[in-house]
Ligand binder design. Structure first.
Ligand code: UGA
Length: 444
């Protein structure tokens, strides 16, 4: 987006992974995101470059964005909660060692509060005469599937800096980059630690809203209230707002769970156990929602799905992306596998190979063969649904709303059931065709 909006700025994206860079330089970009390809193709080779020559890019840059992943630690101190800062530190050290002129280092990765302090210590320990490093925090708020739209017209751009004159000057340089297309009033400046914490806080608050509406969905199902009506009625209160109140089978994606776990870890490290428990509950509710959905499928199908064919429509964690990280669909499919169902999956964007990787239990002998026996990845929704006893809609792809549901009904074993985990289908219409329908947050 910077290259697209600022023809006078040269943007070089570097990665140690040569395959990824080759893909970025090819006809087939390594990720799917609506509108991305057009922008990359328009700027590539003009003021946008993709390269594996990390050192050259560092030497030539005035601003360096550190945009590496910060996964949840799998082992050691804070395993399962804390962010792994290995890649952030490796980048910082690389910048410190190869730079030959002063740099503004921008922390773009989502990091725990006060990470900039460690980066600064490393950079300052390596500053040399005539060469200084300033550090900024500039968290990213785009959502997948709407990345280009979000970058083009962000609600806000947040830039945190130290409150020293040098820190403020560095902050101003980055403000000027964004000012090329973002209205000034939307570019907000804060201290470093507020900026870092705001990123975790924003994701925690968003995820908390989904867990709140999902908790209400369970009450709706038990009482006959309709979760969409409840969300609408509550959302019209301008203090609450209507967005992000769509009940679902659970939230997924690479960020919400990771960032909340990170916040839990931070709270515990600060000896704030009640705060940690409060945020942990958002994850607990999400796990409950996925399990509750899968259990409803089993209980509706006469308490057994052994050897029954179940169609799963949607594997990505949300529509308009091929990303499957923490996708609720994988959790539900794993549950179905344990119940020995035959699962047929269709997703318009997720490759077959990825689905098998996500459903294979790591470390379980022969599981990859077992997955192949239990799971079929289909080329269309119709193929997945033919002969099935139940259909689960687990990603809200638009195409699922306009499927030929009459033809699907005719092809299925009876009674034919639909479990709408995204609340996108017209349940009355499906019932008039003959389906038995269960929609999240709605009584039967
Ligand atoms: C999220 C945030 O929305 C972004 O602001 C943030 O920048 C990003 O994480 C990040 O930290 O990188 P993303 O995970 O791409 O973005 O997607 P979301 O649109 O937030 O959806 C997350 C999950 O919540 C999806 O599984 C989605 O289906 C679910 N969801 C969302 C609901 O179940 N109900 C809703 O009302 C909204």
């Amino acid at each position: 987006m910077i290259a697209h909006k600022c023809p006078h700025i040269q943007v070089t994206i570097v990665d140690v992974n040569a395959d990824r860079i080759a893909a970025w330089n090819s006809e087939h970009l390594p990720i799917y995101e609506p509108g991305l390809e057009e922008i990359v193709k328009a700027c590539r080779g003009k003021n946008l470059f993709f390269s594996t020559d990390v050192d050259k890019a560092i030497i030539e840059a005035d601003l360096v964005f550190v945009s590496v992943n910060t996964p949840t630690k799998k082992s050691g101190v804070g395993a399962g909660y804390a962010a792994d800062l290995f890649y952030v530190e490796a980048c910082t050290r690389r910048i410190a060692s190869v730079a030959t002129s002063s740099k503004i280092v921008v922390e773009k990765s989502t990091v725990p509060c006060r990470t900039a302090q460690s980066m600064r210590t490393i950079l300052e320990a390596n500053s040399r005469p005539g060469l200084r490093f300033d550090i900024l925090s500039n968290p990213e708020f785009l959502a997948e599937g709407t990345a280009i739209k979000d970058l083009d017209a962000p609600d806000r751009v947040l830039i945190g800096s130290l409150s020293t004159p040098e820190g403020r000057a560095a902050q101003q340089s980055l403000v000027e980059v964004y000012a090329n297309w973002v209205p000034r009033a939307r570019v907000i400046t804060t201290g470093l630690w507020s900026s870092e914490l705001s990123k975790l806080a924003a994701n925690a608050l968003l995820a908390q809203r989904i867990s709140s509406i999902n908790a209400l969905s369970a009450i709706c199902e038990a009482t006959g209230a309709d979760v969409d009506e409840v969300a609408h009625a509550c959302g019209l209160d301008s203090r609450i707002g209507s967005k992000f109140l769509k009940s679902s089978v659970g939230f997924g994606g690479s960020c919400f769970q990771k960032d909340i776990l990170n916040l839990v870890y931070l709270s515990e490290s600060l000896h704030l156990p009640e705060v940690a428990d409060y945020w942990r509950q958002v994850i607990t509710m999400n796990e409950y929602q996925k399990r509750r959905f899968a259990q409803t499928v089993v209980s509706s199908m006469f308490n057994t799905i052994t050897n029954k064919k179940l169609a799963v429509l949607g594997f990505a964690f949300k529509k308009d992306t091929g990303d499957t990280r923490e996708t609720p669909s994988a959790t539900v499919c794993r549950f179905f596998r344990q119940e020995n169902a035959k699962v047929s999956i269709y997703d318009p964007k997720v490759p077959e190979k990825q689905i098998f990787v996500d459903l294979t239990e790591p470390g379980v002998a022969d599981d990859s063969q077992l997955v192949q026996q239990q799971v079929t990845v289909c080329k269309s929704a119709m193929e997945a649904c033919t002969g099935a006893e139940g259909i689960c809609v687990l990603t809200e792809w638009d195409e699922f709303k306009s499927l030929d549901w009459e033809a699907i009904y005719a092809s299925m074993a009876k009674p034919a059931m639909v479990f709408d985990g995204r609340g996108i289908l017209d349940a009355d219409k499906l019932r008039s065709i003959g389906f038995k329908v269960h929609s999240i947050g709605k009584g039967l």
